[in-house]
Design a binder for this molecule. Structure first.
Ligand code: UN1
Length: 509
């Protein structure tokens, strides 16, 4: 594949890793090399952010916020509209870079950029709807209302699997809410982040807006830790593993800062005896092997009714046999590589654990060798039949490993579905309205996302995205998720000549 999309995005082989809007600086003493899992080739070397550079970034961000918070919200929306348009212009190139650096299919890379464009449109609308309530005061000639103000600096920590979209869900909303952002992307996908930064920096420059409304820092967990402990960063929005999220929650909680956590999932599809099986197979296959099992919404467990268990598995196996594994840039392939060889090792370890526990392999995956697979990151998918008590069912393995479990009644299926530490996405495949409604009720799924006749992955940006329990409880993207990026203020105004106290308290002197 021609790499001219990299040039078209204004990127070079050696990139500075720290950007404060328009200025860039970095420390090549400490740098990271980005390799494509598609072909194993080095894409670029990116400088890390030193701790003194981090200080400069925060100062720039603080200065920028003093300006940005004064810009009326709908005018901030206008800037985000322009960013959406710039993303439309760069969709092909950015989508290709996402596919090449992360290893997801070109269609999914383009889809991710489309999510960015869509959230910009959504945020433009929200910029005119940052509504607070008004309420009636119990005191005469008094008025009460509430309003939302920006928080200040929002720190964004994002993962490799959605290297651009997750940032945009956060920034587009944070910006219209009047915040400035500091982004620490995954060090596994640094070039995607620099490309995004360059796109937005151009728009800020064209509008004579201050540097530092958007800031990029590059580094590993150590840098993330510095940011999470920093009291100048009002909100930390972190997307990634539960282990990372727990560290973030402790650091931010310690200073009573605000957190928005979107962490691991262990998503299940319940397939009832009333399911449309051909629909269920398609939902399950995309859910389990799409993005090579590296979505936080990936389907990791199928809970299948005993009466259709064998018939369903036959269909599933036929579908798996038709899957092509190879370069995600070739549209005939369904499964691309894992992000790196470490991820491959984690997958192989999980398969060994299944073997040790005598789980039944319906399809056993492996690491692939040979001409097309030189990066060492390609694996074939697995389907493993287990009992509901299987110990490792509770762990999220970020790979195409699908567990299948048999159930006999829906209450049991729901209990199995909920019996994991994570609570992100869930779905039921059924044409029976009683089953569907029970699943969606308070007695049903305990997840942040619960679908009927749709798989667990591929959520739209219009809904609030996130989950419960070890998924962290945060909500990003649509609905009223914008509220997490603002502080709420209750205002009471007395326009009388008296000073009456609330609750009828008399205090005469
Ligand atoms: C993630 O994997 O971090 O629902 C987010 C989906 C995507 C988002 C996934 N829209 O699969």
């Amino acid at each position: 594949m021609e790499n001219n999309f990299i040039q078209k995005l204004g990127l070079s082989e050696k990139e500075l890793g720290t950007y404060t809007g328009i200025n860039a600086f970095g420390d090549f003493e400490n740098s990271i090399e980005s390799f494509s899992p598609v072909d194993g080739k080095k894409i670029a070397e990116v400088a890390f952010t030193s701790s003194s550079d981090y200080e400069k970034v925060v100062e720039k961000a603080q200065q920028a916020h003093l300006e940005w918070r004064k810009v009326p919200a709908p005018k901030r929306g206008e800037i985000v509209r322009q960013i959406g348009n710039e993303l439309r212009n760069k969709k092909a190139e950015l989508g290709q870079l996402v596919a090449y650096e992360m290893g997801k299919s070109l269609q999914e890379g383009l889809g991710e950029v489309q999510e960015m464009i869509d959230i910009c449109d959504f945020a433009v609308g929200i910029s005119r709807q940052l509504y607070g309530l008004t309420m009636h005061s119990e005191r005469p000639q008094h008025r009460m209302y509430e309003q939302y103000h920006p928080l200040g600096i929002v720190g964004i920590i994002s993962a490799f699997n959605f290297p651009v979209a997750v940032w945009s869900w956060n920034t587009a909303l944070a910006w219209v809410c009047g915040n400035v952002c500091i982004w620490k992307p995954s060090e596994k996908t640094p070039l995607c982040a620099i490309a995004c930064q360059k796109i937005v920096a151009k728009v800020f420059k064209e509008n004579n807006l201050p540097e530092g409304i958007s800031n990029l820092i590059m580094g590993d967990g150590t840098l993330g830790e510095i940011m999470t402990k920093d009291t100048r960063v009002s909100l930390i929005s972190a997307t990634g593993s539960t282990a990372m999220g727990k560290k973030v929650a402790v650091a931010v909680g310690n200073r009573l800062g605000k957190c928005l956590l979107e962490l691991g999932g262990n998503n299940a599809i319940i397939i009832t005896e009333n399911a449309d099986l051909s629909l269920a197979v398609r939902a399950a296959v995309f859910g389990a092997i799409g993005t090579a099992g590296q979505r936080c919404t990936t389907s990791r467990r199928l809970i299948i009714h005993e009466s259709i268990y064998t018939a369903f598995l036959e269909k599933l196996v036929v579908a798996y046999q038709q899957l092509h594994i190879g370069s995600p840039l070739d549209s005939k392939n369904h499964i691309g590589p894992l992000i790196d060889q470490h991820a491959v090792q984690m997958y192989l370890n999980a398969l060994s654990k299944c073997e040790k526990e005598n789980a039944t392999f319906i399809i056993k995956g492996k690491q692939l060798q040979g001409a097309e697979y030189e990066s060492g990151c390609y694996v074939s998918p697995s389907i493993v039949a287990v009992e509901k008590t299987f110990e490792y069912l509770k762990e999220e393995v970020f790979a195409p490993l699908l567990y299948v479990i048999k159930y006999s009644n829906l209450e049991e299926a729901i209990a199995i579905q909920n019996d994991v530490p994570q609570g992100l996405s869930s779905s039921i495949m059924t044409l029976n309205m009683r089953e569907a409604e029970l699943f969606l009720s308070a007695e049903g799924s305990d997840c942040g996302i619960a679908n009927v006749n749709i798989g667990t992955s591929g959520a739209e940006i219009g809904g609030a995205f996130g989950g419960e329990k070890e998924t962290g409880g945060g909500r990003e993207s649509g609905s009223d998720a914008w509220k997490a990026y603002m502080r709420r203020q209750t205002n009471s105004i007395n326009y009388s000549t008296e000073i009456p106290l609330a609750q009828g308290i008399q205090f005469d002197f």
